[in-house]
Design a protein. Sequence first.
Length: 416
Amino acid sequence: MTLVAIGLSHTTAPVSIREKLAFPTERLGDLLRHLIALPGIKEAAILSTCNRTELYCHTQNPDRKILIDWLAQTQNLAVEEIEPYLYLHTDRETIRHLFRVACGLDSMVLGEPQILGQMKNAYQTARRAGALDKILSRLFQHTFSAAKKVRTDTSIGSSAVSVAFAAVRLSQQIFDDLARQTALLIGAGETIELTAQHLYQQGIGKIIVANRTFDRAHTLASQFGGYAIALRELPNHLHEADIIVSSTASQLPILGKGAIERAIKHRRHKPVFMVDLAVPRDIEPEVEQLADVYLYTVDDLRDIVEENRQARKEAAQLAEEIIAMEVEHFLAWLRSQGATDTIRALRSQAESLREEALERARRALARGESPEEALELLAHTLTNKLLHTPSVQLREAGINERHDLIAAARELFKLN
C-alpha cells in the first residue's frame, strides 16, 4: 500500500495551466467516486483551489501514469499539456507535503490560514463521497492536528504580510475596540476590498465606501454590512470616520489638509487614523502635520510588511521542525497498522479458547462439582489451551536452531 500526492501548484505551473486543471466544487463528489473506481485506488481526496490542484490517494499501485491519465481525461486535456507541471510524492513525502500545505508553508503567501479551511473542505467532501477509509481519514486528522500545533507554537500566522492587513493591524494599535469605530474606505479596487474584509473580520463597527462609481461602491459595501457614498459626498462624511483608508487611481490628491482640518474640528479632536495606499498619493502629505491625525503611506506599510515577512520566515523554520516530528509520529502509527490483522487474529483465537474452557467449567458445575473445582478446571484448561500452540512452536524452533524465533518470543512475552 502506498500514499500518493500528485498535482500542480503556483510553484510549478502558471495560472493558464492551473485554471485548466481546476475542479468545480459541485463536480468533486462524482469525480471522487470515479477516482476510487480506478484499479488499485483504495481511498482518495481532491484539493482544488486557485493556486493548486492535488490528488491524495491510498493505493496499491503507485504508477503515476494511471493518475496523470485520469487528470487529463477528466478535464479533456492532452497528457503532454499538464505532465511537465506535475509533481508526485509518495509515502513519507506525501505526509510531509500535506502537513506543509495545511500550515501554509507551500502557499504563495507564507503562513496564510485560508488553505487549512480549504483542506478541511476537501476532507469533508471526500468523506461525504465515501472516498475515505481508515488510512487517509487518519492522515487528514493528523494533518489538522499538526497545523494547529504549528499555529499555536509558532508566530507564522500572527504578522501582517499584506499592506491591507498591516493597515488593519495598525488601526488596532490605535483603537482598543474596533467595534466602536467607523471606517471610511475610498476606492473600490482589490486593495480596498481586502481592507474591508480584514476590518469586517476584526469586528469593525461601521464601514462606509466612497467611490466615483456609486454602484461599485454599493456592491462592495453591501458585502460587509456597510453603505456607499459618491466621491463628491466625502466632505459631508469625513467627520464620521475614525479610520480612513484610500486607494484610488486618481492622479491628484482627493483629500486635502483643509478638509481634514475641518473634519477634526467637527470631531472635537478625536484621533483619526489615515492610510494612503495610492500611488500617486490620495492624501496631501501636509495632512501629517495636523494634531490628532496618524497618517501612514504605502511605503510605511511596506516596511512593516517586509519585517513581518522576515518574522514569518523565521517561524517557518520552527514549523518545519514540528512537521518533521509529526511526520515521524504518523509513520509510527502507519507501521503499527501492519500488526493489526495479526493482533485481531490472536484475540479471536483467544476468545475461542476462552469459550471452550468456559463451556467445560459449566458442564463441571452441571455435573454437581463444586464452584472451586469448576474454577480450578477453568484456569487449568484455559492456561493449557493458550500455551499449547506457542509451546509446540518453540520446541520446533529449538530443534531447528531457530534462535531468532526463541529470542523474539522472549521479547514478545517479556520473559526474563
